[in-house]
Design a protein around this ligand. Sequence first.
Ligand code: DAH
Length: 346
Amino acid sequence: MSDSLTITPEAVAAAVQDALAAFTAAEDTAALKAARAAHAAEASPLAKLNASLRSVAPENKAEFGKLVGQARGEVNRAFTEREEQLAQAETAARLEAERIDITAVASRTRVGARHPLTLLQEQISDIFVGMGWEIAEGPELEHEWFNFDSLNFDVDHPARQMQDTFFVDPVERHLVMRTHTSPVQMRTMLERDVPIYALCPGRVYRTDEFDATHLPVFSQFEGIVVDKGITMAHLKGTLDHAAKVLFGPEAKTRFRTNYFPFTEPSAELDLWHPTFKGGARWIEWGGCGMINPNVLRAAGLDPEVYSGFAFGMGIERTLMFRSDVQDMRDMAEGDVRFSEQFGMVV
Ligand code: DAH
């Protein structure tokens, strides 16, 4: 191929057409670069036409110069345009190819579980329901009569003092946050017919410190039985059974004499805890006794015909020595890391 071509409008137009067709046909930047080398670089027909300008007659120089110049401009623009198109298409293809699905099915709400205190309360309730008992309930905002008077507390009994009991304004209404679950004894006797076999788990309130072994709001479970011929042996057998279910077959209970206004005789209840962390030992668990005849009378029952027993224990305390919890405040503060140790039972 000679270094120069004869410049004619047809030859220029053909060179341009060939170049544009080659650019359009190029499907990637590499092919486009090859097309440019063939149609716009040195040794391309267009470059040769350009070189031929030198040998054009002077009177035609301007006209042919313009013709070739426009042709080169057009080819360059077409190249740039195609180059941009291909670059965009290649970027899009790469983005599509490298796409990572960063969406994942996330559950925003963590699955909850019940609090260990609730679980223990239900476990205790189940023991008694399993013996045919009913679950009884009473209000946490209680009348002073149910909380104290009907249970044979003297008017000046120390438990009534401001330092133990949350009295609720206005004081003339005699409302207190119940200091124990024992008022449910009286409510149960008034609401139900004898015989009564009932367990009342629930929240109670005292003006106690918030420390490792006290909470001003805590929970108890209260048992009450009223029937004909009930003796302290029934009480002992019932408590021993509950102790064994909760603490294993080696567990048992013992009574120590004590005084409660609403029971006579009354006993402090100790539990033999066979698997206690620091070694098997007796642990003070709660109070119990035979229902005081005055309490039966206040409920309209004849103590000559009916007798009964009652007991009351703290659930936080029970959880403490059953599951080796060192600080009772952990049970109140709601940190899931505490609850999780007991398993996520729903
Ligand atoms: N109510 C008592 C307390 O909170 C515990 C108690 C003692 C309950 C003797 C009873 C009982 O039913 O018979 O300290």
